[in-house]
Design a protein around this ligand. Structure first.
Ligand code: SF4
Length: 364
C-alpha cells in the first residue's frame, strides 16, 4: 500500500466520520441517494433531507412509483432541483430497463441521469467495494494543495492531471477491502481538515508531504475559477394574494426552476396591474412595496422584483400562458411545497403567518 493511502486510512479510522446515516450499508440505492444529495451540499444540511427521503422512498420501486412532485417537495430547500428530477427519472429507468435492480457496472451507473464519473465511482466503492477513483470538489482541493497543482482545477488539462493522480494513488488491489476507508478518508479530509478557508494543516495526516504547506501556498491553492462576469437579468414575480392565499403556478419541466411551484413571472417592461387584467382577467390593488431580491444561478444573476398585489376580483378558473397548473395556497402550505429558494425567501421575509400579521396583505 502506498504511504499516501496508508496515512489516510490510518487517519480515517481514528478521526473520520463513521456513523453517517448512509454509512454501514451496502444498499446501492441508499448510497446513491446520499451521493446525489451530497453534491454541492454539506453533510449537516443533507442529513434531515436524506432521512425524510428514505422514509418516504425506501427503495427504487417506491421512488419509481412516486411522482416528481413528491420528490421535489421533499427536496424543497435543498437546492439544485435537477438532482431530484434526475433521481426520479433514473429510478424509473432502472425500474423499466433493469427490473428495479440498481446496476453494478461502473459504466452503466455513470449513464444514469445526474450521475457523473466521481459519483458513479463513489457508489461503486461503497456499495460493491470496487477499486475506483473519486474526484469531487473537495478531493480536487486536497490534491491541488498536496501536489502543488497550479491553475484552476476545473480546467481540462488540470482535471486530466488530477484524475491521473487519483487513479495512481488508489490503494493496491490486494488492499481492496480498504478502498471504502480510503475513499471515505479523502471525503472526510476535504470536508473537515483541508477545508476551503482555514485548513487545519497541523491536524492533517498529509502535512509532511504537502507541497502547498511546504511552499506556504495553502491560501493560493487551488486557484479560483477565472473571473467571468455573469450576465444579469431582471424579472417580476407577482405575489397575488386572495383571502390569505397566494397564487402559485407550476413551471414547465425544463428551464430554471423546472417543475417547481412558483410565483407568476412577468416581464419588467410591463405594468403589473395592467398585466394581471390583460392576462388573467383580474382586478388587483397594490400592497406594501417589497425590495428586490438577487439570486445567482450558475450562468447568470437574476434580480427579482416582487410585486405584492391584492386580488379584488378574479375569474373562476385561473388560466395563464406560463403554466399548465395553478393553485391558491396558504403561505404555510406554500412553504411545504416544492418551491424555489427565492420564492421561499420572499414568503418568509414578507408574509409567513408565524411571524405575525401579513405585512403585505390588507385584512379581508
Ligand atoms: S497540509 Fe494543509 S493544505 Fe496540505 S493537504 Fe493537509 S490540510 Fe490540506
Amino acid at each position: 500500500m502506498s504511504t499516501f493511502s496508508a496515512k489516510l486510512i490510518r487517519w480515517q479510522k481514528l478521526h473520520g466520520r463513521n456513523n453517517l446515516p448512509w454509512q454501514n450499508t451496502r444498499d446501492p440505492y441508499a448510497i446513491w441517494v446520499s451521493e446525489i444529495m451530497l453534491q454541492q451540499t454539506q453533510v449537516t444540511t443533507v442529513i434531515p433531507y436524506y432521512l425524510r427521503f428514505l422514509q418516504r422512498f425506501p427503495n427504487i420501486g417506491s421512488l419509481a412509483a412516486g411522482t416528481v412532485d413528491e420528490v421535489l417537495a421533499l427536496w424543497s430547500g435543498l437546492g439544485y432541483y435537477s438532482r431530484g428530477r434526475n433521481l426520479h427519472r433514473a429510478a424509473r429507468l432502472i425500474a423499466e430497463d433493469q427490473e428495479g435492480i440498481f446496476p453494478r457496472d461502473l459504466e452503466v451507473i455513470q449513464q444514469l441521469p445526474g450521475v457523473g464519473r466521481s459519483t458513479a465511482a463513489a457508489i461503486a466503492v461503497f456499495a460493491y467495494g470496487e477499486r475506483s477513483a473519486i474526484l469531487d470538489g473537495n478531493v480536487k482541493r486536497v490534491f491541488a494543495r498536496c501536489f502543488g497543482v497550479d491553475g484552476y482545477p476545473g480546467e481540462r488539462k488540470n482535471e486530466i492531471l488530477l484524475w491521473r493522480k487519483a487513479e495512481e494513488l488508489l490503494p493496491e488491489k490486494s488492499e481492496k477491502s480498504r478502498i471504502e476507508i480510503y475513499t471515505q478518508a479523502l471525503m472526510d479530509l476535504g470536508a473537515t481538515v483541508c477545508t476551503r478557508g482555514k485548513p487545519k494543516c497541523m491536524a492533517c495526516p498529509l502535512q509532511q508531504d504537502c507541497i502547498a504547506l511546504r511552499d506556504d501556498r495553502v491560501d493560493r491553492l487551488p486557484a479560483p475559477r477565472p473571473h467571468r462576469p455573469l450576465p444579469e437579468k431582471e424579472t417580476i414575480l407577482l405575489m397575488l394574494m386572495k383571502q390569505g392565499k397566494v397564487l402559485l403556478g407550476k413551471r414547465p419541466a425544463t428551464g430554471i426552476w423546472g417543475g417547481l411551484w412558483c410565483l407568476p413571472e412577468m416581464p419588467v417592461s410591463e405594468d403589473a396591474i395592467a398585466y394581471c387584467t390583460r392576462h388573467f382577467g383580474m382586478t388587483v390593488e397594490p400592497l406594501a412595496h417589497m425590495p428586490p431580491l438577487d439570486h445567482t444561478f450558475t450562468h447568470f444573476r437574476l434580480r427579482i422584483h416582487p410585486r405584492p398585489l391584492q386580488v379584488v376580483s378574479y375569474p373562476a378558473a385561473i388560466k395563464t400562458p406560463w403554466q399548465d397548473e395553478a393553485m391558491w395556497i396558504t403561505l404555510d402550505d406554500a412553504l411545504k411545497a416544492a418551491i424555489p429558494a427565492p420564492v421561499r425567501k420572499l414568503i418568509l421575509r414578507h408574509g409567513h403567518p408565524q411571524s405575525g400579521q401579513l405585512p403585505f396583505e390588507k385584512q379581508l
